[in-house]
Design a protein around this ligand. Sequence first.
Ligand code: M6R
Length: 609
Amino acid sequence: MCGIIGYVGQEQASSILVDGLKRLEYRGYDSSGIAVLQRGHVEVRRSVGKLANLEQTLSGGDLQGTMGIGHTRWATHGKPSEQNAHPHRSGNIVIVHNGIIENYLSLKVHLQQEGFQFESETDTEVVSHLLASYMKQSQSLSEAFRSVVRELQGSYALAGICEDEPHAIVTVRSGCPLVVGQGEKASYLASDVTPLLTHTRDMIFLEDGDIAVLTPGDITVMAVDGHRVKRKPTTVDWSADAAEKGGFPNFMLKEIHEQPQVILDTLRGRYSYDSGEADLPDLSITSEELSNTKRIWIVACGTSWHSGLVGKYLIEEMLRTPVQVDIGSEFRYREPMIQPDDLFIAISQSGETADTLAAAHEAKRLGARVLSIVNVVGSSLARDSDGVIYTRCGPEVSVASTKAFTGQVVALYLLALHIGRIRQQLMADDGRWWLDQFRALPGQVEHILRQEAEIISMAKRFYTKSNFLYLGRGINYPIALEGALKLKEISYIHAEGYAAGEMKHGPIALVDEEMPVVVLAPRHRLYEKTVSNLMEVKARNAPVIAFVSEGERELGGIADFVFSIPHSHPLMSPILFTVALQLLAYHIATLREVDVDRPRNLAKSVTVE
Ligand code: M6R
């Protein structure tokens, strides 16, 4: 959570910083601030609330200077307030911070004994004072940083400037994302690539322990002992436009509509139709290892966990290999019984989710091969894994995850095909048949997107309700969970996802005419059973929204709304239902006038546990 940014160059820093913070606002938006070196003095401006408030504060244009740092906050320590907003100052040093300093209380006691006064409730302020303290015996800000990081426990990406060093920003990374970029006579830093795209394509993804000094013409990376470290720049080919709204009213709707392209991009160049095989060059896990895999673990959080659950149904049915799916925060502390020849798959859009990362580290420690399915190139999870399948979704800006889910499920399809062909559980003809199913998906998703008007009608009928129940079976049980998650996080309506067969064991007590029930009923061997569950809620007067396969007519007179998804193999249906449920949640939320891209209390990237 929190986004940090920095600029040193020839242009006015404040507009570059604010523009960059706009692109980072998804990481937190309860307050924001910037610091600019102006005629030898660092001026700080901070505001509570969304970035527009900071822009208002800066509208006089009085902040002039060509070096500065900025921050958009998602509160961890201390309520959203101007005092708790970053940047934080100590003497002539000003810093911004993303992450958590876990030992801040003990550091604070020492600093107070030294005479430092604390003005905020944040953990960050200990870092600014520690820097000021070390600065007394250091030759430079980078030297002071090197001393300070030895004392810090926790996760952080920090950037600082000092009035005595008018052309240098120092930035350090440990456990939180940080990227630096070199432009024409200018250097940049940010929590992710999106603010940098309009300025440069050549970026360095800093690694844990790196300390970088940015000057207008140079970026130097060093280790904590001061030795220079060589880091290879990566050319990032995301277009700057990809990070913009592209004509949609918000990022969420844009990202929902990008899903046909995401499927195409995630599949592109990764299969051979002739041999019916998937080709995953970055997998770095040998065919022999995959053949010998007795058990697969999948670990993720939130929406990515739901795609992991889809993966379980998919892999167990296609490959007959047992799959254990865990939530990151549970896995890491439950002493999992991983065997060295198990395959561990971590799924994450951001690649920075603290619990998923920690789970992957634990799996590695226990001897498993770690494969990640990740969207953000160069993210911590991608770098810490043995192999990676990138989902190629482009930047997902809206807090509610949509296209990332679809990319993850497509990656799982490719992986299942790859393993199935290696083990010869699938022959070339089978492989081609599956590839036909995958390749049909973009058109099928487009078909659903064209029926958005039907979903808007449903939303109009139900958007004032306070509770929703989502029911699904088999591979669409996780989709019931995902549909409910999407609705609750962006509309603030209470929603439960349930396995349809489990409904009778409790939730049915809640069902009445005020509770719409969304039922996922594809044509499948469990169709009749799902319809029985639908009849049970209908008998209790619940309004029913049925999502069925094309051509299914019998629910027409029973359900209040029937929405058809294109005919597909049941294992392909999760993506199709999910897109429809994303639209339902989206339209209900917009009717309730929620800021869908930035729902309350949530952050895009959960980099603390
Ligand atoms: O970046 P990750 O995929 O690891 O993020 C995991 C969850 O935090 C994320 O999916 C979250 O649940 C979304 N807000 C769901 O829309």
